[in-house]
Design a protein around this ligand. Sequence first.
Ligand SMILES: *Cc1c(COP(=O)(O)O)cnc(C)c1O
Length: 473
Amino acid sequence: MDQSRRVNTDPRRDIPSVDRLTAAVLEQNSTLPRWATVEAARQVVAEARLALTESRNEGKKQQTKASVDDSAVRAARLAAQLVRPHPGRVVNATGVVLHTNLGRAPMAAGAAAAAAEAAAGYSDLELDLASGGRGDRLGALATKLRLLSGAEAAYACNNNAAAVLLVLNTLAAGREVIVSRGELVEIGGSFRVPEIMRRAGVRLVEVGSTNRTHASDYEQAIGSETGLLLKVHRSNFELRGFVKEVSLGELVALGREHGVPVAEDLGSGTLLDLRSRGLPEDSWVPGRLREEPDVICFSGDKLMGGPQAGIVLGRSEAVTAMRKNPLARALRLDKMTLAALDWTLAAMLDGRAEYELPVVRQLLEPSGHLQARAAALAKALAERVSAHSLGAEIGVKRDRVPVGGGSLPGFELESWVLEVRTSAGAERVAARLREHTPPVLVRVRDDAVLLDLRTVADRETDTVIDALTSALH
Ligand SMILES: *Cc1c(COP(=O)(O)O)cnc(C)c1O
C-alpha cells in the first residue's frame, strides 16, 4: 500500500495537537487564562487518544470522529471549570443544616470576618500584651470553653478526628482501649474507630456484641494493660430493637472503680442548652460532662455551629497531657480557625448565638415560619414560570428533614418544602439548578424537586427564584 495513503487515513491525525487546540480555545475565549486552557487541552487530547486506543483494541470501527471545534468546545468548558474558585459558594436548598458535601456548618458572618482579620494582618496570637512576653495561643479560647461548658479544662485542635487521635495516644499509647462492638463506627471517608486506634498506637479490645453490651463485658476485659474505656457516639446510624448499651455514667463508675480513665467521642454536640427547643438530651455537652468522664471530644462544625475544629473538654490532668503531647503541634488550630472559634464562643456567652449562628438559627426556625416562606416562594415563582413550557406544577407541602453531617441519627426536623414537578423530570431540573451561578442544591424524591428554605437565607431567595425560573424554561 502507498505510504502516504496509510498516513492520511491514520485516525490519530484527526486528534489536534495540544498547541493547536489551545490556540483554538483562546481564539474563541480570550478571557480564559493560558494555564487552564493548556491543561484543559492536554486532558481533551489525552482522552481522545485513549478513546482511539480503546476502540482499536476492541476491534471496533472508528467512532465518528470529533472535530477540532467539538474538542475546542469541550476544552473551553473544562478550562472554565479549572478557573472556577474551589470551594465555590452554592445555595443549599436541601434543608439539611449540616450537609457534609456542602461544607457542614456555615460560619456566622462575624466569625468569618474574625478569621479574615486574623489572616490579613498581624495579631497577638502568641503574645501577652501586658508583659510583652510569650502568650498562650489557646488561653482565651480555653477560658471561654470552660465558662460555657463547666469543664475543668479545655483544648481545641484541627478537627474531631485529630482530637480522638490525641485522646487515644495521650491517655493510652501502648496500652489497651476497651470499646463496645456496637460503637466501632465508621464516620465516612476513612475514619473508622479500629483503624484510628492502630494509628494512635493503642490496642483495641472489643467487648459485647453488635446489639448488646453490658457493664460486665467491660469489667471482664479490664486488666493490667487497660489504658482507657472509650465510648463512641453512633453519629450516623441507629441501633433499634433488642439492644443494650452501657451509659457514660455507668462507664465512668466502672473506670473509677478500676482506676482507668474514661473518654467519650461525642462526635456532634452543642454547648447551648437547646433541649427545651426539641434537640435530644445527649447532644448537650455540659450534660455529658456532668457524668464526669475524663474527657469528651466533639466537632466544632457540626451542631456546635462553628469552624472545623476538634474540641476537648474534661479534667485538667488529661487535657494538660494532651496539650503537651508532641502530636498536638501537628494537629493544632491555625490562627484563622482560632479567631473564628473564639468569635463563635463569645457569641454564645453573650447570648447572641440564636441570632448570629446560622446553624442554631436554622435548627430553631419554627415550621410555621418555613411554611410562610415556602408559600411566598411558590407565589413568586408561579408568577414567573406560568408562561413557560415545562408544565411545572408547584406546590407547598409538609416534610421532614434530617440534620445531617453525622449528627442526631433518627432525629428529624419538621419542615415545609416547595415541591416542583415538571414534564422534564426532577433529575433534569436538579442538574440545571446545579449549572446555575451560583449553583442551587435541592432534594429529589419521587420525581419531584423539593426545596427546603430552612437552609436558604432571605438574601438568597431571589437567587433561588432566578435559578428555578431558568431551569424550568
Ligand atoms: C464526625 C465525627 C468524627 C470526626 O469528626 P471531624 O470533625 O469530622 O474530624 C469522629 N467521631 C464521631 C463520633 C463523629 O461523629
